[in-house]
Design a protein around this ligand. Structure first.
Ligand SMILES: Nc1ncnc2c1ncn2[C@@H]1O[C@H](COP(=O)(O)OP(=O)(O)OP(=O)(O)O)[C@@H](O)[C@H]1O
Ligand SMILES: [Mg+2]
Length: 286
């Protein structure tokens, strides 16, 4: 793929955590490019490196080896301050846990990235993004007065208000019911179609992945497959071949069920995402 023209290009990325016996190769030689205006879903079993991939691609975490090109620049030589500025201006991030500030209204949450970038929020810009996300009538409400889907739409509006080159979403529908999830996913897809937004989304859900134009499958820190024009069925079928845990299943049925879920051997990985420091810094780096 055209590594040079892509908004995000990863070439031979390696990233390990820990050392000695406890060393985990979270990413083990990943090469991927994400062209502008495309919607990509990243899938794979729990622990396969999806969140690590997003963190490295977004410049939230540094890689051990390989090259990242992020919105046209190489973050390797950049200072933390320059990297923070780059992320604030060119990258949007949405998480499973909406990470809204509870004491700010929806509108004030959306204005936050502009204030942090020392750009006085222009009311029309904020109005427009609120309208795009269907939040005009809810703008004056606190997060606790909004439904889960509305809160996630506020988080998406906040991520988009700086008109970033890439929107990263890590399990954006993981805390939503299926109807609300579909609404949020349809919105993401519309933003790609209408505005040429680039979106990279991690998900466990084949239905969510089917809203993307392309699905990349990870296993053990490596890209093992890709699907174009995915459907829930084609994604679930591919995931079923990746899901079997390496410790032997107690009663191996003929096939994994279509509703793909993470394997149940790693309960710690399955708990709802706790925002990391980097996530919180992204949400409220004051
Ligand atoms: N900060 C960390 N310290 C140590 N190990 C880590 C850290 N972050 C991730 N890992 C390990 O790296 C591997 C990849 O983790 P990652 O969170 O990227 O997986 P994932 O595909 O996002 O999983 P999930 O679907 O459960 O969210 C896992 O084995 C995980 O335990
Ligand atoms: Mg993850």
């Amino acid at each position: 793929m055209e590594q040079d023209s892509a908004v995000i290009a990863l070439t031979g990325i390696h990233k390990a955590y820990g050392s000695g016996e406890g060393r985990v190769a979270a990413l083990d030689g990943v090469t991927l490019a994400f062209p502008a205006g495309t919607f990509t879903a990243i899938m794979g079993p729990s622990g396969s490196g999806k969140s690590t991939l997003l963190q490295c691609a977004a410049g939230l975490d540094r890689v051990d080896e390989g090259r990242v090109r992020l919105a046209g620049v190489d973050p390797r030589g950049m200072s933390e301050t320059a990297l923070t500025k780059l992320r604030r201006e060119r990258i949007g991030f949405v998480f499973q846990s909406f990470n809204l500030l509870p004491t700010l209204t929806a509108r004030q949450n959306v204005e936050l990235p502009l204030r942090l970038a020392k750009k006085p929020p222009r009311p029309q810009e904020v109005d427009q993004v609120l309208a795009e996300l269907g939040l005009t009538a809810r703008a004056g409400h606190l997060p606790s007065e909004l439904s889960g889907g509305q809160q996630q739409r506020v988080a998406i509006a906040r991520a988009l208000v700086t008109r970033p080159q890439v929107l990263f979403a890590d399990e954006p529908t993981g805390a939503l019911d299926s109807r609300t999830s579909r609404e949020v996913l349809a919105l993401l897809r519309r933003i790609v179609a209408d505005q040429g937004q680039t979106i990279i989304m991690v998900t466990h859900d084949p239905v969510a992945a089917s809203y993307a134009g392309r699905v990349v499958f990870l296993a053990d820190g490596r890209v093992v497959d890709e699907l174009a024009d995915p459907t829930p069925e084609t994604v679930a079928a591919r995931m079923a071949t990746l899901e079997p845990a390496d410790d032997e299943p107690t009663d191996a049925g003929p096939a994994a069920p279509a509703g793909v879920n993470p394997p149940d051997d790693e309960p710690t990985d399955l708990s709802p995402a706790n925002p990391t420091d980097a996530e919180l810094a992204q949400a409220a780096p004051c």
